[in-house]
Design a protein around this ligand. Structure first.
Ligand SMILES: NC(=O)c1ccc[n+]([C@@H]2O[C@H](COP(=O)([O-])OP(=O)(O)OC[C@H]3O[C@@H](n4cnc5c(N)ncnc54)[C@H](O)[C@@H]3O)[C@@H](O)[C@H]2O)c1
Ligand SMILES: [Zn+2]
Length: 369
């Protein structure tokens, strides 16, 4: 297996490459120069990420001496229009014009904010993502969904805006806090369940190596996820159908995050509970074999402890699910596994069944802590 892979995302609105694997950061300079030339390159990141990665990124880019990144707060609470405005104003003051290129270095928050800035600043400038969390590498940096939160909810303002290139270097994960890293593993497992049974088996076999951030293991799993995301993006850029498969585990996850005010779970942890819930629903409503269900739940549990489920009634959870922007006219739609590697989308379920699964999880979930 080659260590550095070039994966093409052939989306209807743009075709671009994801450079993925050990040493990818070294490609950043040549890739940016190929796309942007030498002038008008702006690095945008957070103070937290800059502390660890400013030096390697700037030296890979070989920017003029004294070049400084534009910094902004990457806490979820700051993923809002005020931050977008602040970043745009800094770009104006720094002289960014319509031919400029933005290089977003960070996790999903940085990518979503800078992606939205790139889509709207002077009606659109070039964009290169350098994702530095596992979630961003396997999910948010590829596919073109950008946006920010409103007080009324998450990701309510945004745009589909594909980058011009993505640089995925697993080496950047070595400074990631343990909990952030494990959160990303649940998204990796999600890809295995929705479309790649071989990836699922690799996760089962290599989980200890993956948890240890073993470069060889990461070099297998990350490109497989990027390929899966690239495939879906090419076929369904604007989430009209197939892309819905990526929401596996997310109907529950978004509701869990919302009823806990985004303070209890990392997104991936909520997805882990969502995967377990969707697996139980899969047994009940999608003929998921018990053996596959057991493998899924066992693998999710092996990743590590999850925060306990909140003491919320089934009615409260269902209400949160109905207000999710992905529900259609208040009707709940689920993505359910039919076997490891395949899911069924748009499944409408009787609410008593969803309540039953929630109540079961709350009871057994507590004893699993
Ligand atoms: N656009 C999409 O398709 C998409 C998909 C999934 C998630 N998202 C969004 O992504 C966000 C979550 O992103 P995330 O999980 O990447 O977390 P994050 O961006 O919140 O980052 C988590 C923490 O890790 C820090 N960090 C980032 N890289 C680091 C590194 N290499 N070393 C040390 N610390 C580092 C950050 O400063 C932050 O404190 C959410 O807002 C979610 O809505 C978007
Ligand atoms: Zn997710």
């Amino acid at each position: 297996m080659k260590t550095l892979q070039k994966i093409i995302v052939d989306a209807p609105s743009k075709r671009y490459a994801v450079y993925c694997g050990k040493g990818a950061l070294r490609e950043l300079g040549p890739v940016v120069r190929g796309i942007a030339g030498t002038a008008g390159v702006f690095v945008l990141t957070s103070p937290n990420v800059a502390r660890r990665w400013e030096r390697p990124v700037l030296s890979a880019l070989r920017l003029a001496r004294g070049a400084k990144p534009i910094l902004f707060d990457d806490r979820e609470a700051a993923k809002n229009l005020a931050t977008v405005e602040k970043v745009c104003r800094e770009l104006i003051r720094a002289g960014a014009d319509r031919h400029s290129t933005l290089v977003a270095v960070g996790g999903g928050v940085v990518g979503d904010v800078v992606g939205f800035v790139a889509a709207s600043y002077l009606r659109g400038v070039k964009l290169i993502h350098v994702p530095t969390t596992l979630v961003a590498q396997v999910d948010s940096a590829v596919g073109g969904k950008t946006g920010v939160n409103l007080a009324e909810g998450k990701n309510l303002v945004g745009a589909f805006y594909q980058p011009d290139a993505v640089i995925v270097d697993p080496a950047t994960l070595k400074t990631l806090p343990e909990r952030e890293y494990r959160s990303g593993i649940y998204e990796v497992i999600k890809y295995g369940i929705i479309s790649d049974s071989k990836l699922f088996r690799v996760c089962e076999r290599e989980l200890e190596g993956i948890l240890d951030r073993d470069p060889a293991a990461l070099n297998v799993i990350i490109p497989r996820c990027v390929r899966a995301k690239a495939r879906v993006t090419a076929l369904d850029e604007r989430e009209a159908g197939l892309r819905e498969t990526l929401n596996f585990g997310h109907t529950f996850a978004h509701a869990l995050e919302s009823v806990t005010n985004y303070c209890v779970f990392r997104h991936g942890e909520a997805v882990a509970w969502g995967i377990i819930a969707a697996t139980l629903l899969g047994i009940a409503a999608a003929n998921l074999p018990l053996h596959d269900a057991a493998r899924i739940i066992r693998l999710v549990r092996r990743v590590g402890p999850l925060p306990a489920l909140p003491k919320v009634s089934a009615a409260g959870l269902l209400a949160a699910m109905r207000s999710d922007k992905k529900s259609q006219g208040g009707r709940l739609r689920f993505v359910l596994p039919t076997k490891i590697g395949t899911v069924r989308t748009g499944v409408k379920l009787p609410e008593p069944l969803v309540s039953l699964v929630w109540n079961t999880l709350v009871q057994t979930g507590r004893s699993l802590q």
